[in-house]
Write a protein that binds this ligand. Structure first.
Ligand code: BV8
Ligand code: ZN
Length: 265
């Protein structure tokens, strides 16, 4: 990674003096942990499978064995993965910001809970999680952290089919999660969009809401997205490399305002 470019230094200075920070993450932040993204042309899930065959309630109704086998395969892949410096940097930032009495909200589209594994708390999961499975009949939920299921589709003690507690395409997002996300974005003065292609709604709409709210908007993504032109800064880089730099610099700015002192500056 070349010397921090001007965008990184400027964004860090604004982040360091921001009062209310909101962050939206997508599959890209977990890429460096070894989890395939969705749209990556070669390695992405959608390069191998069609979204409508696996990630819709209709697909589940049509072939629950195939759908639950795929999600359990993903659950077992994620079980081998660890948070990367991008996840850790956001957890560090949250702790420092909250310590300073400021507001910090982490909103994710990811279902892998690597943010929580890195120490982030109160994470808003817009699309649910792969670690919890629920019964479609009695709604009983259970966390599944064990080895692959023995049989597919998995069944509940009531006999009902079990499915991952995630949001499929065509399904509404959890109302409380989306409301909390929209409230945080509407009031934030610094917004970060990290590792998302910003193509899936209503999550992607949060970026436009942050721009509309007049917040500084920092996008971190190796490739441009449909929102790059609206961002205050759009940094081309991997989140596992860029986020630690920006957070260290921002907390340095915090130090000059008489707070904790990282060595970056
Ligand atoms: C709904 C869980 C009401 C499942 C997911 C408005 C306009 C158009 C369409 C719609 C609209 N409103 C609703 C729709 C329909 C649909 C939608 O958005 N379709 C898209 C395809 C156009 N939305 C829905 O259906 C939503 N529900 O609206 O309900 C309703 C009800 C009935 C009828 C109509 C509406 C539900 C959406 C949620 C679906 N579930 N996930 C699962 O995991 O299997 S979405 C899933 O895909 C992810 O959660 C995420 O949201 C999305 C993938 O996006 P990203 O995470 O951004 O990943 P992607 O691979 O695309 O990009 C990765 C990026 O990272 C890339 O840019 C890459 O460059 C970058 N990157 C790579 N490496 C790195 C990196 N960045 C940083 N560092 C790196 N190292
Ligand atoms: Zn049941």
């Amino acid at each position: 990674m070349s010397a921090p470019d001007n965008d990184i230094i400027q964004a860090a200075q604004h982040l360091g003096s921001a009062k209310n920070i909101a962050v939206l993450t997508g599959a890209g932040i977990s890429a460096e942990s070894g989890i395939p993204t969705f749209r990556d042309a070669l390695t992405g899930w959608w390069s191998k499978y069609s979204l409508t065959d696996l990630a819709t309630p209709q697909a589940f109704a049509r072939d629950p064995e195939r759908v639950t086998r795929w999600y359990d395969e993903r659950r077992c892949i994620i079980a081998q993965c660890r948070p990367n410096p991008g996840h850790v940097a956001l957890a560090t930032l949250q702790r420092a910001i909250v310590e300073q009495g400021k507001r910090f909200t982490l909103i994710t589209q990811n279902v892998d809970r690597l943010h929580q594994a890195a120490g982030s708390t109160d994470v808003i999961e817009l699309h649910g999680t792969l670690w919890v499975w629920r019964c479609v009949d009695c709604d009983k939920e259970a966390e599944e952290r064990g080895p692959a299921f023995q049989s597919f589709p998995p069944h509940c003690t009531c006999g009902g089919l079990r499915r991952p507690d995630i949001v499929w395409f065509g399904e509404d997002l959890p109302a409380d999660a989306m409301d909390a996300a929209e409230r945080a974005v509407a009031s934030c003065d610094f917004f970060m969009s990290v590792g998302t292609s910003a193509e899936v709604y209503p999550a992607a709409g949060l970026i436009a809401q942050a721009v509309h709210a007049g917040a500084d908007v920092l996008e971190i993504n190796p490739t441009a997205t449909s929102f790059s032109s609206q961002a205050t800064w759009s940094v081309r880089g991997k989140s596992g490399e860029v986020l630690p730099l920006i957070v260290q610099a921002a907390l340095g700015v915090g130090a000059r305002n008489g707070r904790a002192c990282p060595r970056y500056m």
